[in-house]
Design a binder for this molecule. Structure first.
Ligand code: TXA
Ligand code: MG
Length: 331
């Protein structure tokens, strides 16, 4: 089983530095380390090594080689791997470190391996708002390729306990920084000149990106599809064991309820288990609770998880995107 090292202390503390050194040694040796980003836990490997990154796909049991996000310590490092047009530059300055992934034209000189880019001419880059991950990438002196630390198609992990349950026997070390702050994956946009395309809604509301660039972001087709632009957009994804239905206005026998706000749907009490994403109706709080509550409700083995209506504002767009995928028919 994976070793777990506590990195909740200050980044310069002896304990955290020892943990980072151990993690760096494993990454440099081509092994996997679970890392605590501010969005969700990641399953990290040396992004310049095809052999190391192959272990990621093996551990996740990914059905195909989706390209991976490369995590770097800062913007200057990111700029070694991709071309930043003026719009990409503004996005990086405004939102890094933070839950924004930029898909940009890759520099020929970038040592990022083919498994990370899936052979595409682009590369996905992110500076996570996590001193632990930034420092680890700095010590290793390579970008860290990291998808969410869950088995393919399942709910992303927001705590060390989740990571142990999902990947405990296939990861060498877990860096434990406690529950993740945002709780939802990063927003992914592809930037091509003046064109900004949303590949996945996430931790930065799309409206904030539009406000910054002063133009509309091109949205993917709202309908989940099996011909994804970003493979993270597979129709059935983020799936709990139980089925899930959205916009529930009543609870049926045997169902668990994922509530939001104080919607008076009448028979909340009929549910075999209830979690309220945000009693006050705050979508940021709801995002932070989403994956944990889905796991907890799933643990009650309900017939179905009924989810109340969640507005599309703020992080609601990303939450509803994940819920639509969890509700989609399974392959
Ligand atoms: O918050 C996050 O983004 C988390 C944490 C660990 O950083 N990571 C994450 O990674 O969610 P993953 O692998 O679960 O999702 C990454 C998505 C995939 O859908 C992948 O297809 C897309 O990013 N992607 C990566 N590189 C791409 C590229 N060059 N072009 C288009 N899509 C790309
Ligand atoms: Mg994922």
């Amino acid at each position: 089983l994976a070793r777990i090292l506590d990195v909740t202390g200050a980044i310069w503390s002896h304990k955290t530095q020892l943990a980072l050194r151990e993690a760096a040694a494993l990454i440099s040796a081509g092994k996997l380390v679970a890392i605590p980003t501010e969005t969700v836990y990641g399953l990290a490997a040396d992004a310049t090594s095809d052999q190391a990154c192959a272990h990621i796909f093996e551990a996740k049991e990914r059905p195909r080689f989706n390209p991976l996000i490369s995590h770097v310590a800062d913007y200057a490092t990111a700029a070694r791997h991709a071309h930043f047009d003026p719009i990409a530059d503004r996005l990086a300055n405004a939102f890094w470190p933070g839950p924004l992934t930029l898909v940009l034209k890759r520099k020929q000189s970038s040592p990022v391996c083919d498994l990370v880019t899936a052979g595409l001419p682009s590369v996905a880059l992110r500076v996570p708002d996590s001193p632990v991950v930034q420092e680890l990438s700095r010590i290793c002196d390579v970008p860290l390729a990291a998808p969410s630390a869950n088995r393919s198609g399942r709910i992303s992990t927001t705590s060390t306990a989740d990571v142990v349950r999902e990947l405990g026997d296939s990861v060498d070390l877990i860096l434990d920084a406690g529950p993740t702050r945002i709780g939802l994956e990063s927003t992914i946009v592809a930037v091509n000149g003046d064109q900004v395309r949303l590949l996945r809604p996430g931790g930065i509301p799309t409206s904030e990106i539009e406000a910054l660039i002063g133009a509309a972001v091109m949205r993917p087709d709202e309908t989940p599809t099996d011909q994804p632009q970003a493979p993270g957009m597979l129709a059935s994804h983020y799936a709990p064991g139980a089925g899930l239905r959205m916009n529930a206005t009543t609870v049926a026998a045997g169902e668990a309820l994922l509530a939001f706000n104080d919607q008076n749907i009448g028979n909340r009490d009929a549910a075999i288990a209830v979690r309220n994403l945000s009693p006050s109706g705050n979508t940021t709080e709801a995002a932070a609770n989403l994956f944990r509550f889905l796991r907890e409700l799933d643990g009650h083995k309900p017939q179905m998880i009924a989810v109340e209506t969640i507005p599309d504002d703020g992080l609601g767009e990303a939450i509803n995107d994940r819920l639509r995928r969890a509700a989609a028919p399974r392959p």
